[in-house]
Design a protein. Structure first.
Length: 150
């Protein structure tokens, strides 16, 4: 499936509601993960975004994770917002290194491949480790391309 339409919608809603978040994983077209600052104001913004998406905002059964999930049954949309991720010290650092994409005139911040690899390695979960070899190979190729351009 093409993730672009939902990413465009999310970029617009994040911008309109003033919620700063960085895309940190896109496991599937409708399973997206964002890092955000967990504050009462941002949780209100998340609720408003969920409402506009005709979805629900919930805390999955593992509250220790600090995860908030926007879920919509009709098309199986699942967008996770995390206040912290393994292997990364701060939202500010991830944001400062992120790439800014323009999606239909709205900005979307996307974490660097290096931050994603660092997080997956630190998390050490089976699903993260399964993707790690591919991501590390892509990161190596990205670094080589940067070196060749210099």
């Amino acid at each position: 499936m093409d993730a672009r339409p939902i990413l465009c919608t999310l970029a617009r809603l994040l911008h309109e509601h003033g919620l700063e978040a960085v895309l940190i994983d896109n496991a599937a077209a409708f399973d997206l993960d964002f890092l955000f600052r967990k504050t009462p104001a941002n949780l209100r913004k998340l609720k408003a975004i969920a409402k506009e998406l005709e979805a629900v905002l919930m805390r999955p059964y593992y509250p220790v994770s600090g995860l908030f999930r926007i879920s919509r049954d009709g098309d199986l949309l699942q967008v996770d917002f995390m206040g912290r991720i393994d292997g990364v010290r701060s939202m500010e650092g991830v944001r400062s290194r992120a790439t800014r994409l323009d999606l239909d005139g709205y900005p979307l911040l996307v974490a660097t491949l290096a931050d994603i690899v660092r997080s997956k390695r630190a998390a050490g979960r089976p699903q993260d480790l399964a993707a790690l070899a591919i991501l590390e190979k892509a990161l190596h190729a990205e670094k080589k391309a940067e070196t060749d351009e210099a």
